[in-house]
Design a protein around this ligand. Sequence first.
Ligand code: SF4
Length: 376
Amino acid sequence: MNTKPRAAYVHIPFCTQICHYCDFSKVFIKNQPVDDYLRALLEEIRAYEPGPIDTLYIGGGTPSALSAAQLEFLLEGLASIFDISQVQEWTLEANPGDLSQDKIEVMANAGLNRISLGVQTFNDRELRQIGRMHQEKDIYENIDRLKAAGFHNISIDLIYALPNQTMEQVKTNVQKALALDIPHMSLYSLILENHTVFMNRMRRGQLNLPQEDLEVDMFHYIINSLKEAGYDHYEISNFCRPGYESRHNLMYWDNAEYYGLGAGASGYLNGVRYRNHGPIRHYLNAVEAGNARVYEEKLSLKEQMEEELFLGLRKRAGISIQRFEQKFQRSFEEVYGAIVAQMLEEGLLIREGDRLRTSQKGLFLGDTVAERFILE
Ligand code: SF4
């Protein structure tokens, strides 16, 4: 029997700027059919006839690029289609500088309870260099306003290993982040993606990125300072005060199913990973024709087991072997015994009772560890 997912990701693909490192599904908002898009989005969701949900995440793009009226239309629409009476976490991604008082009021009235703010760096020169519109002062102003409106579950994203960035600048960013007194932070190193301004500059030899050993030192510094300040490093890139793990993101790493809604969004339903049409016009036409999806893949048992491992091992809590065996009706020892034994010996994994987790060394290696779980 198929059960309905209790989590949903809603994609708002519009931005008021296009950042130099970004390869997400997004377009510049000016002259876009935003109202049509929001109507189509709600129509797509309605067709799923979703039940009660625990987590709802509105990401982008930049959801806060919507006007207060558009935001209100979206949030009221979502609340009327989903049963949000049991919602534990309802997040909206926002860019500093976008959050005017009227938008914050709309968000508070709708019942949102978590804000994820794309801070990236506190350094105005670095912000300009990566193509962001906001300035350091906007970060403080937005956070003050959010707190005054009763939002305390605030997360920020920070990027390190930016072009020309020094260790001193990373230290300053971390100190300023800690001074915000917020319960959650996500820290990512800059990744060069194809079809971005930064990738073009790199190819022309115009991008001076920190060497790999400096990047590793930066990551060590970040981990140690946040830990000292009482944050738990609960996933490769995520840190939180006790009890403030992102429930929605934990759902992904627990390999649970979820609705992926909107242009370019990916979802996981009934054992099928799917992706919606990305370009706005294609998406609008597809919703009108009754199927927003452009790609679907039914996962084999082998693929589901692989995903369970490489998503689960991103969390510091790791995976439960008992849960694996119940879910897949296979002996963990038979499937992964040999590779796990080898990785325990190499110091990449740690076994504690029912739980298998990644060591600090394994955590640094990230995807290299994950790849070892791909079955022949
Ligand atoms: S990083 Fe965010 S704000 Fe910048 S272009 Fe990408 S989606 Fe838009």
